[in-house]
Design a protein around this ligand. Structure first.
Ligand code: IMO
Ligand code: MG
Length: 419
């Protein structure tokens, strides 16, 4: 059987949590393959809302298996908190979650380093979520990291101390004032909690699972935040694009089935970096208010702007998207005119190429659509969608060359049309 994949195609916050939750009914296993608690995946059902950070969004489905893969960076403290939250719904996390021994651990000092680097960067800061993601991946790549499987080693405490000392020296070199021991006790207790989970060899687990059952891989962040293909350096520190699935779970490309690409009917971005269609006027503010565009992790107001089809076509290409999923078009219900960017003007020349240069002065070229001006949220059948909306969708499918298979018209599980 295959592993199907859900990827965010923009700068994160596309609505991956809701879609994974909707699809999870069809996939007995859901796997996270990269990122960590910088993610904030929101789900809503039975009149209640939830946000998961490190736990896969399949957790709420009875009988589901939720894999935290090797490419993930895991903060035991946040993870324990999250497990506490789902316990309120009588879900025993250790019965539904397995964790790769090869996933890397976020230490309290990784978080401090994240804050220290951002403080030192001043105006050039990334706008990190400050969860320690960058420093943890840095340690992984420089071969200093601690992995989840290491918590079983008899000399774990020594290895922890060694890495912590390294960080303390770095923090002192950066002149960053902090107490490196502040969360250590809670962290060690959370590590103890982690020992109650089934720790797996992810690549063998996935291989044997796919022999007779399908799996869904849940991306975190968005493709435009990819360490290699995003607007570097204003990116996260992992591969959020399709290749991350293979490296993050230890699964071969030939095992990948459908690639669901999720996008919002407009764009948002938290943190710094280029955003060609960003709106600084009341239209941007209107999108922010109607779309509740405030960070699920940090509470920061998100930057808002029109849909950027140049960027979207780029990520559809990089990810090899087979099925598109459009989110939040209902948030545009009250707009007279809706714009989508179809090309850029850079240095006086029109282009449809997503640029290498993050400092480039980009003028978006827009196509305007007449708004549908009616409430889409209650619609559950495609035949009931207004003509203006259908024209808008048709244009996007033609432009992107991939069908839009799911349209989400509200945060609830039920507010979903499949085509
Ligand atoms: P989900 O999974 C939106 C952004 C941060 C910052 C940059 C680097 O909910 O879509 P990091 O903490 O990773 O070092 O931050 O990436 N970022 C996200 N933006 N949604 C996310 O996750 C994000 N995770 C990180 O705002 O600009
Ligand atoms: Mg989010």
């Amino acid at each position: 059987m295959k592993i199907d994949v859900v990827l965010g195609l923009q700068w994160g916050d596309e609505g991956k949590g809701k879609i994974v939750d909707v699809l999870a009914g069809r996939y007995p296993a859901v796997a996270r393959f990269q990122g960590g608690p910088n993610a904030g995946h929101s789900l809503q059902f039975d009149g209640k809302s939830f946000v998961v950070r490190s736990i896969p969004s399949g957790i709420f489905r009875k009988g589901s298996v939720n894999v935290i893969g090797s490419g993930v960076v895991l903060d035991p403290i946040t993870f324990q908190e999250e497990c506490g939250n789902v316990a309120k719904m009588d879900i025993v996390a250790s019965e539904r979650i397995v964790i790769s021994k090869k996933a890397h651990l976020i230490l309290p000092t990784h978080r401090l380093l994240d804050a220290a680097y951002e403080a030192a960067a001043g105006k050039g800061k990334i706008g990190s979520t400050l969860k320690g993601i960058g420093p943890t991946y840095t340690d992984k790549v420089s071969r200093h990291g601690l992995r989840v499987g290491d918590i079983l080693a008899p000399d774990f405490q020594d290895r922890f101390n060694k890495l912590k000392s390294r960080h303390v020296k770095m923090l002192s070199d950066l002149g960053y004032e902090c107490d490196p021991e502040k969360d250590e006790k809670a962290w060690m207790e959370a590590v103890e909690f982690l020992r109650g989970f089934k720790l797996i060899d992810c690549e063998y687990f996935v291989d044997s699972w796919l022999k007779d059952q399908p799996m869904l891989a849940e991306g975190a962040q968005g493709s435009l935040l990819d360490i290699d293909y995003g607007s570097y350096p204003f990116v996260t520190s992992s591969n959020t694009t399709i290749g991350g699935v293979c490296t993050g779970l230890g699964v071969a490309p030939s095992k990948i089935g459908k690639v669901y690409g999720i996008f919002k009917a407009y764009c948002t971005r938290v943190g710094s970096g280029p955003f060609p269609t960003e709106l600084f006027d009341e239209t941007g503010e209107k999108i922010r208010q109607i779309g509740h565009e405030f960070g699920a992790v940090t509470g920061r107001p998100r930057r808002c702007g029109w849909l950027d089809l140049v960027a979207l076509k780029y990520t559809v290409m990089v990810d090899g998207v087979t099925d598109l999923i459009m989110m939040k078009s209902d948030c545009l219900d009250s707009f007279e005119t809706i714009k989508v960017c179809t090309s850029y003007i850079i240095d006086g020349k029109e282009t449809s190429v997503f640029p290498f240069e993050t400092q480039a002065e980009i003028t978006p070229v827009y196509k305007e659509f007449k708004g549908w001006n009616c409430d889409l949220t209650g619609i559950r059948k495609e035949s009931e969608l207004p003509k203006e909306f259908k024209d808008y969708i048709k244009f996007m499918e033609d432009f992107l060359g991939v069908p839009i298979k799911i349209i989400s018209l509200g945060p609830d599980r039920e507010a979903t049309i499949e085509r």
